[in-house]
Each structure stands twice: as C-alpha cells, then as structure tokens.
Design a protein around this ligand. Structure first.
Ligand SMILES: Cc1cc2nc3c(=O)[nH]c(=O)nc-3n(C[C@H](O)[C@H](O)[C@H](O)COP(=O)(O)O)c2cc1C
Ligand SMILES: CC(C)CC(=O)C(=O)O
Length: 364
C-alpha cells in the first residue's frame, strides 16, 4: 500500500528499466532546480484558520471554461509507453475517471486521435513549434478536430537541456515504440545517437525551431480556435509580454528542472508572475508538486490549478490506469485534508493569508 506520491517513485526505481527511469527522473546538469522545486515548498508555511465549519470540503474548481473535480491536473510528459504498455491511453482514462484535465505531450507514444478515442475527458494538447511549420499546423488542427480544449505551447525548449544520464545511456526510444503523432521515420524514431550526446538532444535539434519567438505565438494563435496558453514562463517581464500577446493563460514551469539548471523553483516565482498579469489571465504552475499541502500553497499564491509530471509516470508504471487513478486519489485526499485543517471548505476560501515564509517570527 502506497502512502504518499514518493512511494510510487521508489517502486519505479526498483522495477523500471534504466533507459526509461533515468530519462523520466533526470533534470538538467546538477539538478539544482529539480531539488529547489521540492525544497522551496518546504520553506513556506501554512497559516491555518480555525472554527470554519469544514464538515464538507469541496475541491471542485474551473479550468478555463471547464469544471473539474480538483485543481490537480496532469502535465504533458513524453513517451509514456516506456512506463506502461497502455501509456497515454491509460493516463487519459484515469484523468477522465477523476474528472480532471490531462495535457497530452505532442511527443506521445499514442496518437492524438487514439487518446481522444480512449477518453472523452478534458484534454489539452502540449505543442512544440517544429522547423516544419506545416507539421505544427497539422498538430493544432488534429487536436481541435479531436476535441482537445486548449493548446499549451511550450516556450522553454528551443534546445534540449543537458541531462547527463541520458547522455551516458545514449537515450533511445525502444524500437517497438514511436512518436505516434508522426509517420515519417525522422520524426517517429528517437535514438541511435552519436558519441557525447543523448539521442533525444539530437532528435530535438533536428525537429524543433530554435528561432521560436513572440511572432510564433501570434502565428499559433492565428490558427487555434481554442485557448492558447504559454508553458514555461518564469519572470514578470515575460508574463507581461504574454498578456500583451493575448494568450489565454500562462503555466509557471521550469520543465521540472529539465531545461536550464539553476533557474528558481516555480513556487518561488509564482507570485511575481501572478502580480505581473494583474488578473488579466489565469496562472497555473507545475514543478515539484508532490503533496496536498504543496497544492494548497500554490493556490494560495495565485495558481488556479497545478500539474503533476513525474508522479504520473511512476503511477502509470505501477499499475496503468488504476495506478494513475490511485495516485490522483491519494494527493486529492491530501489536498482535501489540508483544506479542512486550514479552515477552507472550498477552493475559493484559500487566500494569500493562508501561506507565509517558514521562519515567520511574530514581532515582539
Ligand atoms: C519525462 C518527462 C517528459 C516531459 N515531456 C514534456 C513534453 O513533452 N512537453 C513539455 O512541455 N513538457 C514536458 N515535460 C515537463 C512537464 O510537463 C512538467 O513541466 C514537469 O514534469 C513538472 O515537474 P514535476 O515532474 O516535478 O511534476 C516532461 C517532464 C518529464 C519528467
Ligand atoms: C521529447 C522530449 C524533448 C520531451 C521533453 O520535453 C522532456 O523530456 O522534458
């Protein structure tokens, strides 16, 4: 019986093959940011209120225009069939079962159409801008035609971060799997890299356009008939530009510490971004969220919802759809309990006053 999200990871460490395990868990270079994403949550304290009648606590909230059972959603993570044979299909079914949102990576090992077929739940597509703009346009159109409700454009990956285990392992996608949204071999296969690089870094360099700029954001918006969000915003400056660009939301994300190392944790910059957008668009967060109390802290500092990355992969590996469902149940119960103990019966009751710095000394 698993008692917390970390237990799913411990299980994967014992049972998942090294190529996949290292790819899933690694971060960039010294993994300073990976550790910060966790530690920064621990440096915040919750300021509970009492005598608030928490006999009935609801985590129901809204995600853009949709109602969801909880503000805990699923971040896009690539190549989920390395974790479990049903990969993204199982994840999508679990998200639907628990009435939350799944963001599908455009580098998934099940296609947009197959995921849509597997689950009628709320889904967004994560998008990279490819050198081949027609490929990018097709992905947007296919997602829309398949009922995906939003596009999350990842803006922090003009090149792949330097992940040492993938370089040492010369990461490759197992040959029985493909990047299922693409048919041509150059886009569908990953691996067999040259010395001194990971197969993935070479793949990204061959596909992704490092010239990505605000002009591309306008281009994506001109094609999309659904809301467009930017994933990977970490500063007030870029948050203000995002509002000017007319996007429908920003996800405060450092890509789980996998892109540039030594950037701040996401929870540390959330409030800066939240204040910069000044209520114009919703702000979301991912990175290091492992506890119901982490979710509570993020909501108190302005996030409308949070997204889980690696825990979904560990849970998927453990038991497919049932594993992801169990993991979501666990952290949702932690959130419900945190809300009850902090005196919040609804998501709207969670306010800025409910968090403070850990070393919050009263004035004498
Ligand atoms: C194995 C793995 C693959 C990922 N693939 C993608 C991806 O394809 N697109 C993307 O925008 N982000 C990707 N991310 C980043 C996640 O969406 C998210 O930002 C991050 O995992 C959140 O941090 P957490 O893992 O600590 O929860 C990936 C992360 C991991 C761990
Ligand atoms: C295929 C990868 C570049 C996906 C990704 O964003 C990641 O591994 O962090």
């Amino acid at each position: 019986m698993f008692a917390c999200l970390d237990d799913f990871e411990r299980h994967a460490e014992r049972t998942l093959d090294r190529n996949a395990l290292d790819y899933y868990r690694s971060g960039a270079q010294d993994m300073v940011t990976v550790r910060e994403n966790r530690r920064a949550f621990d440096r915040l304290c919750i300021r509970p209120r009492v005598l608030r009648d928490v006999s009935s606590v609801s985590t129901v909230t809204r995600l853009l225009d949709h109602s969801v059972a909880s503000p805990i959603c699923i971040a896009p993570t690539a190549m989920q069939r390395m974790a479990h044979p049903e990969g993204e299909l199982a994840t999508a079914r679990a998200a639907e079962r628990r009435a939350t949102c799944m963001v599908l990576s455009s580098w998934s090992t099940a296609s947009i159409e197959d995921v849509a077929h597997a689950s009628a739940g709320l889904k967004w597509l994560q998008l990279y801008v490819y050198k081949d703009r027609e490929t990018t346009r097709r992905l947007i159109e296919r997602a829309q035609d398949s009922g995906f409700a939003a596009i999350a454009l990842t803006v922090d990956t003009p090149e792949l971060g330097r992940r040492l285990p993938d370089i040492r392992n010369r990461f490759r996608l197992p040959p029985h799997l493909t990047m299922a949204n693409f048919s041509s071999a150059d886009k569908a296969q990953v691996g067999g890299s040259e010395e001194g690089n990971s197969g993935l870094a070479a793949y990204v360099a061959s596909q992704i356009d490092p010239s990505l700029s605000w002009a591309d954001v306008a281009w994506v918006k001109s094609i999309a008939r659904v809301p467009v969000l930017l994933k990977g915003i970490l500063t007030a400056e870029d948050a203000r530009l995002a509002v000017q660009a007319g996007v429908d939301g920003v996800i405060v994300s450092n890509h789980g510490g996998r892109q540039i190392d030594s950037v701040p944790s996401t929870i540390a910059v959330l409030e800066e971004v939240f204040c910069a957008v000044n209520g114009a668009i919703p702000v979301f967060l991912d990175g290091g969220v492992r506890r119901g109390t982490d979710v509570f802290k993020a909501l108190a500092l302005g996030a409308r919802a949070v997204f889980l990355g690696r825990p979904v992969l560990w849970a998927l590996h453990y038991k497919g759809e049932d594993g992801v469902t169990e993991m979501l149940d666990l952290i949702n119960e932690e959130l419900r309990l945190a809300m009850a103990l902090a005196g919040c019966a609804s998501i709207a009751d969670i306010t800025r006053q409910h968090v403070g710095p850990l070393a919050h000394l009263p004035r004498l």
